[in-house]
Design a protein around this ligand. Structure first.
Ligand code: DAH
Length: 343
């Protein structure tokens, strides 16, 4: 046997095999094939016993040299593999700070909240403060104290959500009971607005919803007249819809005001010329108002001879629909994300 030619072949084979190896596990396997207990070097050593004394020494030396050479080759490869592994770990750790961050959509305030705040801001600027009342109301505050006679249609079962069979508890049908609560707690003069949710047994359609929002207004002082009411409403309408808007009071009826008015603004879509939205009238109704009825003052122990006041009430959805050109109240309750995003 010619160990010298064998040696070159063994080393060549080993180098070729090592080239294919990429991880430490494969490396260890290969290493034990060469240098392990049952490895190639070991089996070469086993040949020693078949040799005569003269050849033994030379052969032994030669195998040892081969073993050392192989050892060096394995060590070099080992260093390379460790270095490669380190580089890969570094790569994993590397953070590319130039990659744009994950985009998160920002939430948006609901249009109803947004409109409420806009209305509040205008009246706060006019010296009003904000008062709130409960949504579960006593029928005395919702009807009786507001001079609503027993026969009034608003009291009917089909209009009001009653919470007790004796009809004493109900879901408030308007924000007007907050007038009563505020006057009972404070002495005049006062100026408040009261925003909140109200409930009526209305079928859901393009302009009606069984739950909607109102803002109530109440102003009490000495010598208050319809001209004060009109001035405040004009300032309000112009701040909300623009300076060109004018206000029209049309006689109407509410139990808690005398005189009572439906309040229109000149059509914000056609400027008053007449269009589809204002049904060619040039005017759009936005709220109800009037001078506080003496009976309302009496029920809260204000002297109607001494104090006068005006009050008004408007639907927030209606204002938001006009301002944002929304044709259908159901849009507010559909939870359609594109509706919110496009506002
Ligand atoms: N409460 C009335 C409604 O719900 C709105 C209203 C009209 C409120 C006239 C007022 C007012 O304060 O004076 O339809």
């Amino acid at each position: 046997m010619d160990l010298i030619t064998d040696k070159e072949k063994i080393i060549d084979d080993l180098k070729k095999e090592l080239e294919r190896i990429n991880d430490l596990q494969e490396f260890q396997n290969l290493k034990s094939q060469y240098l392990g207990k049952k490895g190639k070097i070991k089996s070469l050593m086993n040949n020693l016993k078949n040799l005569d004394e003269n050849s033994k020494k030379e052969y032994g030396q030669s195998v040892n040299e081969l073993k050392n050479e192989i050892g060096i080759i394995f060590n070099e490869k080992f260093t390379k593999l460790i270095e490669k592994e380190r580089e890969e770990k570094e790569k994993e750790k590397w953070i590319d700070v130039t990659i744009p961050g994950a985009h998160r959509k920002l939430g948006k305030e609901s249009l109803i909240t947004n409109t409420r705040k806009e209305i509040e801001k205008i009246f706060l600027g006019l010296g009003f403060s904000v008062a709130e009342g409960p949504e579960i109301e006593n029928s005395w505050y919702n009807f009786d104290a507001l001079n609503t006679p027993q026969w009034h249609p608003a009291r009917e079962m089909q209009d009001t959500f009653y919470l007790s069979t004796d009809k004493s508890k109900l879901l408030r049908t308007h924000t007007s009971p907050v007038q009563v609560r505020t006057m009972l707690k404070n002495s005049p003069p006062l100026a408040i607005i009261s925003p909140g949710r109200v409930y009526r047994k209305d079928e859901l359609d393009a302009t009606h919803s069984p739950v909607f929002h109102q803002v109530e207004g109440l102003y009490v002082d000495k010598n208050v007249s319809v001209s004060h009411l009109k001035m405040y409403l004009e300032v309000f309408a112009q701040k909300l819809f623009g300076n060109k808007v004018s206000v029209l009071l049309r006689p109407s009826y509410f139990p808690f005001t005398e005189p009572s008015f439906e309040v229109d603004i000149s059509c914000i879509f056609c400027g008053g010329k007449g269009c589809k939205v204002c049904k060619n009238s040039g005017w759009i109704e936005i709220l109800g108002a009037g001078l506080v009825h003496p009976n309302v003052f009496k029920s809260v122990d204000y002297d109607p001879e001494k104090w006068q006041g005006f009050a008004f009430g408007m639907g927030i959805e209606r204002i938001a629909m006009l301002k944002n050109n929304i044709p259908d109240i159901r849009e507010f309750y559909k939870n359609d994300i594109s509706f919110i995003e496009n506002l």
